[in-house]
Design a protein around this ligand. Structure first.
Ligand SMILES: CC(C)(COP(=O)(O)OP(=O)(O)OC[C@H]1O[C@@H](n2cnc3c(N)ncnc32)[C@H](O)[C@@H]1OP(=O)(O)O)[C@@H](O)C(=O)NCCC(=O)NCCS
Length: 275
């Protein structure tokens, strides 16, 4: 079996090849952010001088580790590389957190099931073609100010370093008293998310603001399939579902109670690699 090693910034060209080969939306800046936020918790397998398989794990305090970027180059699949990286990631983080979670593609799901992950909920990726949208909302949208307690109450874990990083690299806005949304560039489409709001009308205002700022490019929006208000808004603004994923969880501490989270207020997740 090839050796697992920690990924570094100079691996980014190979990592970008991996995500591009899978048809994913990450840019070099996204990989850079992951390597920075995950610190030493990004691993890869190098064969013949090229990183051919990857896995990242970002920690949200001691509550949660989020696994992402589980990728193997098409020429090296079905040799156990992703499974061994996943096992390595679990062994590394499980002593420090209560939960490990991830968003699984249909290809990845059997690997995670074998490692003990169970289904938690369902997600969909929606895509909107470039173009303007009517402005129907009368809400005022402002620049976003980070409020750790607000986000944690809905997401379920402390993720301010992630939000600060996303805010620096993309756009962010809020409706006073109702919630916030962020956008960022992507390789294939601009990305709408995270969006955490108390009402659907606030989500509408933030979405219109996001579309106005990114109308020259297609837009991705990853949402909980069970959030009917989010689905309704997505349809209304011309998004179509293009992928589905399964959120899966591994309990690391047998005595821990389920994490609080509120899917009806999370209108958009931060990304499959972030939760
Ligand atoms: C999903 C993905 C990461 C799997 O990578 P991989 O390195 O091929 O994964 P593994 O080799 O560990 O396991 C894949 C399969 O190969 C089998 N396998 C493992 N070792 C093997 C070997 N020596 N010989 C033959 N098959 C083997 C596994 O049992 C598994 O089979 P299963 O799907 O029936 O469970 C890869 O297909 C990929 O990059 N897909 C696109 C991106 C994606 O969907 N990523 C997951 C996001 S959640």
């Amino acid at each position: 079996m090839s050796k697992i090693r920690t990924l570094r910034s100079n691996d980014i060209p190979h990592l970008l090849d991996l995500s591009t080969a899978a048809g994913w939306n990450q840019t070099a800046a996204d990989w850079e952010r992951l390597l920075h936020l995950c610190r030493d918790n990004c691993w890869g397998i190098e064969i013949d001088g090229r990183v051919v398989s990857s896995t990242t794990a970002i920690r949200y305090a001691s509550d949660l580790a989020w696994i992402g970027m589980v990728l193997t180059h098409p020429e090296y699949r079905k040799r156990g590389l992703a499974s061994s990286l996943m096992q390595h990631a679990i062994d590394d983080v499980r002593k420090d957190v209560k939960w490990i979670k991830l968003d699984a593609s249909d290809e990845g799901k059997p690997i995670y099931e074998k490692l003990g992950f169970v289904e938690e909920t369902h997600l969909q990726r929606w895509r909107r073609p470039a173009g303007p949208a009517d402005r129907l909302s009368s809400y005022m949208v402002h620049d976003y100010i980070v409020d750790p307690s607000f986000d944690r109450a809905y997401f379920g874990a402390y993720r301010i370093p992630l939000l600060n990083s996303l805010r620096r690299d993309g756009g962010s806005s809020f409706v006073m008293g109702y919630g916030y949304a962020m956008t960022r560039p992507g390789a294939l489409a601009s990305y709408f998310g995270p969006c955490v709001v108390r009402t659907s009308e606030a989500a509408r205002a933030l979405l219109e603001d996001a579309i106005a700022k990114h109308q020259d490019k297609d837009m991705f929006w990853d949402l909980f399939a069970g959030n009917r208000d989010a689905v309704k808004l997505a349809r209304e603004y011309g998004f179509q579902p293009v992928r589905h994923l399964t959120r899966m969880a591994l309990r690391c501490d047998p005595d821990v109670v389920p994490m609080l989270r509120n899917e009806s207020s999370v209108f958009a997740i931060a990304g499959f690699e972030y939760g």
